[in-house]
Design a protein around this ligand. Sequence first.
Ligand SMILES: C[S@@+](CC[C@H](N)C(=O)[O-])C[C@H]1O[C@@H](n2cnc3c(N)ncnc32)[C@H](O)[C@@H]1O
Length: 283
Amino acid sequence: MKLLTQPIPLKDSEYKSFVKLIYNASGINLGDQKQELVKTRLGKRLRALGLKSYGDYFDYVTHVTNHREMTNLINAISTNFTAFYREPQHFSFLLKTALPDISRRKQALQSRKIRVWCAASSSGEEAYSLSMTLLDYFKDPIGWDIKLLATDISTKVLTEAYHGIYRENKLKPVHPALLDRYFDKEIIKDAVFYQAKDLLKQVTVFRRLNLLDPIYPFQGPFDFIFCRNVMIYFDQPMQEAIVEKLLKYLLPGGYLFISHSENLSPVFRSRVETLAPATYRKK
Ligand SMILES: C[S@@+](CC[C@H](N)C(=O)[O-])C[C@H]1O[C@@H](n2cnc3c(N)ncnc32)[C@H](O)[C@@H]1O
């Protein structure tokens, strides 16, 4: 007989405490409607730790020395949906406009260095799509010094990204020629997977980074930045603070891509040029 586990109730006061804790730690603004999400995602942590209430879990995670559980909490609460070549208009824009422009400017400066940042990269699909686009466009990877930095707050998705192993169905948006060039096919227990080849991994560096951090541990500057489908979780002041930092790390004339479902605050209007929906250039 299967034992049914009793659902653990989430009190209103407990929910409010978690909302505040998550907001302060990650900027993710859950508002007052996400009780079910918190209950389901954090319920797994309660069960894993053998705790009886959300209040006990709150005390556990906020214990001064418990940084590790805070990481688990953020891993559990963050929404990581992503896909290869998601919002394909941005990839067309790169090929038609941004990369030819970047290539021209580099040649004028006699520079061969291309630096790209994929912020909030989740499990790597977006970062690898960008790396493939860059390698395919610039062709000669030895002649160019190409590096793509991919960052996320969640260590869980970063581990997946680092391994770069994806189920066959996830690779559907990848052109067969690129799939062949940049991925190895593997059969694991009758299921088909694809693993990113070293050629792709060598240009793609994954690091943990909380976009809320006051200072980012790198210098940039980047030729373009993708920061898509993460600012929707932040409130307006937080979004503005992050865009401010992104612009700081972008080269003059560099490109910033946000999601088509996000808006760039009007406070940046004088500092960026809008080139296409969700596509900007730093003046
Ligand atoms: C919905 S995914 C978007 C992934 C990808 N950019 C895309 O558009 O497909 C949002 C990602 O943002 C990350 N995230 C949430 N808060 C963050 C923060 N404060 N700093 C960095 N990454 C964060 C989550 O872990 C998650 O992987």
